[in-house]
Design a protein around this ligand. Structure first.
Ligand code: NAP
Ligand code: MG
Length: 416
């Protein structure tokens, strides 16, 4: 099969991708990527939701909820990075209030798990020599320390934890600690439903990408809380044992410290399912170890198989202020482009449109080849091997990718 440029031969998508625009530098990049790398080559059916902060404010954030509902309807979405407003942003944009994180809202509606995957490029070697293939992290996105309650204990006294069953049966109480002096205390929770959804999303991803699955916790110490995670994972894996065998992949449970030690020496190519806090910390470690935030993609997968693709980084605020002043910028659009190719690939797979999948692959190859040819943004120039003295501008990098892509597509290269 071949792909051709030009309106007459444009690949046409069968079904809808939910498009969520966002803020600051990534909004600038978003428009360029669409205009130069997508629209000339494929005819997508996009259902747009503008999550630009002023629009979230204008709609009392209803637009975010509508976008999440649309992903549930259509199955595939692509999202630009968005500002999560704090007090400073409320002032900067004159907002009615500090609206919640759009990612948090969308994640809660889809009940999804976030997977982060680094893009590997030959001349950007990982800091860790052992890593040759991507290490994907699946982060549980509910509960634990992110939904805890905390208390400062001013002086001596007893802290207890009590469960009062809704059916009126007798309460259960445990003593947390008998304080002899000042201290601190916190209560964490999770739900069986959420842990099960997390396990299922990880299993779904591992089977789909044919990746070995790791899960790690500290059940030797936390014999009820962490042990529950381990048991739920075990039960969900047992239910899919035949599928794992067919896919030729394995599941391993290990202690979290063992997993961390092993990760540093492992060649990669597996999915590491992480509890919420572990995922927060280790995804940043992996992003930095693999090179740059600009090379890290992120996908939210719901237990019923809905997908939302995005770059793992934020709106790159500092670059945006430069851009607003008319100064040249050098922002890496790789992860944003891969968010688009992820969504296009998924749409193509779901609809049985191999031409779409082929186009997405051609675009990804164009990005990787551009970087490998030494045309890179500033974040990569500093860490490339061999080092690159001159870095491209934001526009220059996208233009170079566009030229390569047009050549690939225009030459009618056999892509399948
Ligand atoms: P950020 O936008 O990820 O940027 C942090 C720094 O990392 C940048 O200043 C830049 O470093 C570097 N960087 C990140 N992405 C880059 C890229 N594509 N190309 C080149 N350099 C890149 O994080 P932040 O500054 O903490 O957050 C800014 C805003 O983004 C906040 O309002 C936050 O709420 C939002 N945010 C959104 C999401 C999301 O929507 N998924 C995620 C995180 C943060 P240098 O300045 O040193 O060049
Ligand atoms: Mg983090």
């Amino acid at each position: 099969m071949t792909l051709h440029a030009g309106a007459a031969h444009k690949v046409v998508a069968k079904n809808t991708i939910v498009e969520m625009d966002g803020d600051e530098m990534t909004r600038v990049i978003w428009a360029m990527v669409k205009q130069q790398l997508i629209e000339p080559f494929v005819e997508l059916k996009l259902e747009p939701y503008d999550l630009h902060l002023p629009n979230r404010d204008r709609t009392d954030d209803a637009i975010t909820v509508q976008a999440a509902e649309a992903i549930k309807r259509h199955g595939v979405g692509v999202k630009c990075a968005t500002i999560t407003p704090d007090a400073g942003r409320v002032k900067e944009y004159g907002l009615k209030k500090a609206w919640p994180s759009p990612n948090g809202t969308i994640r809660a509606i889809l009940d999804g798990t976030v997977f982060r995957k680094p893009i590997i490029v030959k001349n950007i070697p990982p800091m860790e020599r052992a890593w040759q293939k991507p290490i994907v992290i699946g982060r549980h996105a509910y509960g634990d320390v992110y939904r805890d309650v905390e208390m400062k204990i001013p002086g001596p006294g007893r802290v207890e934890m009590t469960y009062r069953p809704a059916d009126g049966s007798p309460p259960q109480t445990v003593v947390v600690h008998d304080f002899q002096g000042p201290g601190i205390v916190k209560g964490e929770h999770n739900t069986e439903k959420s842990i099960r959804s997390f396990a299922r999303a990880c299993i779904f991803y591992a089977l789909h990408d044919k990746l070995d699955l790791w899960f790690a916790a500290k059940d030797t110490i936390s014999k009820t809380y962490h042990a529950a995670f381990k048991e739920i994972f075990r039960a969900e894996i047992d239910a899919r044992r035949a599928d794992f065998e067919r896919a030729g992949i394995t599941y391993q449970y290990m202690l979290i410290d063992d997993a961390v030690a092993r990760v540093m020496r492992h060649p990669g190519g597996f999915l590491w399912a992480c509890r919420n806090y572990d995922g927060d910390v280790f995804s940043d470690m992996l992003a930095s170890g693999f090179g740059s935030l600009g090379l890290m993609t992120s996908v939210l997968v719901s237990p019923d198989g809905h997908f939302e693709f995005e770059a793992a980084h934020g709106t790159v605020q500092r670059h945006y202020y430069q851009h607003q002043k008319g100064e040249p910028t050098s922002t890496n659009s790789t992860a944003t482009i891969f968010a688009w190719t992820g969504a296009i690939t998924k749409r193509g797979e779901l609809d049985g449109t191999p031409e779409l999948v082929a186009f997405a692959r051609a675009l990804e190859e164009s990005v990787v080849e551009t970087i490998e040819a030494g045309i890179v943004t500033k974040d990569l120039a500093a860490i490339a091997q061999p080092p690159i003295a001159r870095h491209a501008t934001t526009e220059g990098f996208i233009n170079a990718i566009g030229e390569r892509l047009a050549h690939k597509v225009g030459a009618g290269l056999a892509l399948l």
